[in-house]
Design a protein around this ligand. Structure first.
Ligand code: ADP
Length: 384
């Protein structure tokens, strides 16, 4: 499925092309929108009659080689299926009425406000088109799974996916506008303007992180777990190496009480699970030297794994809600994290048929325990 929107930008202004390119594609080669510039008469006519399809043609009315009426007429003949937009010189507002009368559906002034309005229009077209294809994909998945295979996902799951997916475009656009303000309007903003912009950029990045985590969370539901035997000792070594520098810095240690078992689980999901739990133990450490201990125990037909720390601990009334989406307790605004880490852990454990819970008290550290049902005792484990 091709979801790229191609925009033909007919203008001799290299500066305007750059602005449009930055606003629409953010300089990314694989962005969902692609801007092709035609800055000479030859490039314009070649693009107009090429095989390449364009969903939008933007014509700058102040072309050095043609009057706007002829350029618009050529576009209507050559690209009748594309949305035509005209950028007119703001010093000639009367051209707007003339252009609309000539059947040009979109007319904007050729200044920053016009370019931003044009960008919003093109981006919203792209978002709409993508959400239509998303809906088509969802419907065909449901049709394919009817009667056999995985059950139809809950409506809520679809909503979470659609929301987190479709908000990406407008959010990225907002971040780009903020970057442009930062890069090109620094002088005009002054100190207090720059301060407000700093808060805006911080909150936009945070929203981006939350959306990314939400998307990851919903993918955990839609993509089935790929189970294979995983030696948890090796997996833990990998996670340890990720945190080695931080642990050295804070003077913390991670140890295992006994060798961990080999379990039939999704390796990537379990890596994420350990990463989130160990990352939290580091983040919510107390003033005492950090000690993280991993324990495992076989109880009837399941394994229980515990990640214990000597950190700040959690009050009883908060112990349940911390596993819900976006729930954070006592974490201050500047501290990294979105409140999705434990919700993701819970979903991973549930994907494997298990449960996760915490035993903790303020000031007494915490132990996060999760269970993993395993019908047979895998080879090379520490026993009951
Ligand atoms: P985040 O870490 O992004 O805040 P999480 O979902 O991972 O989000 O955790 C939710 C909340 O649970 C945290 O804000 C914190 O209050 C609490 N928490 C998680 N792990 C620990 C821990 N090891 N010790 C104390 N509190 C914890």
């Amino acid at each position: 499925m091709n979801t790229t929107t191609a925009v033909l930008f007919v203008s001799a202004s290299e500066a305007d092309r750059k602005v449009l390119d930055t606003l629409l594609c953010g300089g990314e080669a694989d962005a969902a929108i692609r801007v092709v510039a035609a800055s000479t008469a030859q490039a314009f006519y070649e693009a107009l009659y090429s095989e390449q399809s364009y969903q939008v043609v933007v014509v700058d009315a102040s072309l050095p080689w043609s009057d706007w009426q002829s350029a618009v007429a050529a576009c209507t003949r050559g690209r009748s299926d594309a949305l035509l937009a005209l950028l007119i010189d703001p010093e000639h507002p009367e051209r707007q009425a003339a252009a609309l009368a000539a059947g040009v559906p979109v007319v904007y002034p050729r200044n920053s406000a016009g370019l931003i309005a044009l960008t919003s229009l093109i981006s919203s077209m792209t978002t709409r088109e993508r959400s239509f294809s998303l809906r088509r994909e969802t419907l065909s998945n449901v049709a394919a799974s009817a009667g056999e295979g995985p059950e139809e996902p809950e409506e809520r799951e679809k909503l979470v996916y659609a929301v987190s997916h479709d908000l990406q475009d407008p959010l990225q656009l907002a971040r780009r506008y903020a970057d442009i303000l930062n890069d090109d309007f620094e002088q005009q903003l002054g100190d207090s303007g720059a301060n407000v912009l700093g808060h805006l950029q911080f909150n936009l990045s945070r929203t981006q992180e939350m959306l990314d985590e939400l998307l990851d969370y919903s993918r955990l539901e839609s993509v089935p777990a790929e189970r294979a035997p995983v030696d948890l000792n090796e997996l833990l070594d990998e996670v340890n190496s990720i945190y080695k520098l931080t642990l050295d810095e804070v003077g913390g240690t991670i140890s295992c009480q006994q060798p961990l078992p080999t379990l039939v689980v999704d390796r990537r999901q379990f890596q994420r699970l350990f990463q989130n739990l160990i990352g939290n133990a580091i983040k919510f450490r107390s003033d005492s030297p950090l000690q993280i201990t991993i324990r495992s125990q076989r109880v009837r037909n399941e394994w229980r794994i515990g990640v214990k720390d000597n950190g700040v601990g959690i009050a009883e009334e908060d112990a349940r809600r911390i596993f819900d989406m976006f729930e954070r307790v006592g974490a201050d605004e500047d501290q990294p994290g979105t409140g999705m880490g434990l919700a993701i852990c819970k979903r991973i454990v549930q994907n494997h048929g298990g449960k996760i819970w915490v035993r903790s008290a303020p000031g007494a550290g915490s132990v996060f325990i999760f269970s993993v049902p395993q019908s047979e005792k895998p080879v090379g484990t520490s026993g009951e």
